[in-house]
Design a protein around this ligand. Sequence first.
Ligand code: GLC
Ligand code: CA
Length: 568
Amino acid sequence: MRQNFRVLTLLAVSVCFALPRAQAQGRAVDAESHAWWQHAVFYELYPRSFADSNGDGIGDLKGIDSKLDYLKDLGVDAIWISPCYPSPQVDFGYDVSDYENIDPMYGSLKDFRHLAKDAKKHDIRIIMDFVLNHTSPQHKWFLDSASSRTSRHRDWYIWRDGKAPGVPPNNWISGFGGSAWQFDPKTGQYYYHFFAVGQPDLNWRNPAVEKAMFDVTRFWYKRGVSGFRLDAVDLLFEDPNLHDNPILDGKNDLGDPNMENKYNDKLPEVHTELKKLRKVADEHNAVLVGETYTSNREELKEYYGDHNDEIQMPMDFMFCEVNKLSPPDFRTQIANAESTGGWPVYVIGNHDMTRSYNRYGDGQHNDQIAKLMAGMYLTLRGTPIMYYGEELGMENNDPTRKEDVKDPIGIAGWPNEKGRDGERTPMQWNDSPNAGFSTATPWLPVPASYKTHNVATELQDPDSVLQFYRHLLALRHHEPALLEGDYIALNQDNPNVLSYLRRYKNEGILVVLNMSATTQHVTFDISAQGFASVKATALLTTSVPAPSGQLDQVALAPFSVYIARVSQ
Ligand code: GLC
Ligand code: CA
């Protein structure tokens, strides 16, 4: 089962920073000194697949605009829109040819203005996706860069001579398969691309690149954007001496040798750059969300910055790489996230990984398990980022024939690696053809389960995954203990049930998650945490029958959630 496509490297990190309290981050907006994004629920939406307003089978900005009521009602406070800039769509928008415009297929800057205005009315913030590691070769900077060795923008990208005729500068492998170097006969040199050939890496060692890219963020801040999700941020810098990377045993799903990306991933310069980018963000009271693939807590900790001066919200992918319902594993990852000193950011899915519904589902209790997962990541201390359709129990719809594959990774890796199309299918709005996403045939097909798993049908069903999300998010927005309370792990040796207390001043909320297929009996003694009462009051549960509230005998149905208030 695919987790994420990036080959994770094991860069040893020896520096250990002491972080000040999370409260020092960002500008304070409440009595507890929390910034807006610490109380917000984020929602990633893939614009191609969210809602199609003009019947061409591809989602667009007007489509998003028309669904703001839905998002508000669901409990979303900020939307992260995956790239909607002009792009040849080699990597579906992650190959940007103009950072300061909207691709006509998604609309125009005018449509963006409308969307920003309407989102503001709904009190929903907009986070743009900032693809800062690379551009499209169609970007005017690259076109000029490739035009001659002496062009003004030559040094905006990474050009090098080959080692010998037909031999690339070093052994670096692209995340999309094959060498990371592309020979360009026109000027007789190779350019570096960590991702597709159609995604040349920018040279962040060049101050002109830095300035131009910081100006891009200013362009969008001026247009009302509240922050950026920083794409592939680990990869901003490369070793200037281009040392070969160490080769590891075996091959990856794309058939290339496994490699430790020692010289082109997570170089220390990334942190210097992030501090500067953060300064610009701070001038606009904006938040930076990081696509930060880390393999241990020290790496994650570094992304917050030694003075909380880098990324406010580095995503914790180690949490969602627990690909089984394992309370001990989740406990460990939550403890890790808690111990960084930063504000945790939890995700269970995105446009690069198999949907959580499939990753955690057992094929029989998938809806219960979808609620169970929500019961966990939406009640932890930190900021959650949802992925569109997760609230419906949307499932992956992987292609079954190579000729149907759209994602370049799936094309390169077929059949071992089917690519990411499956998790990017159209949002399921109702049970009409194409799930109400479009009047035309959508760019990717909807799975058969759209008949039952769609917004309209689920709104009618009090037991649906969607209704559970709505209730849970409402609770989360109103309970100070869920917004701000400490996380206290309980019953830490229980292998089947994950339990914790969120405690804020005198208030406590108990979260109990049965991750097993059998009924579980648990006992809680929270007197040491200052809660003497042996009775709890249920706030939300999926357990049938509902637990009695007696803390010395809580019985939980298989895969059920029990969230209750405890009092002193
Ligand atoms: C990030 C994106 C992914 C994209 C890659 C290259 O990992 O999430 O979808 O393919 O960067 O931009
Ligand atoms: Ca790079």
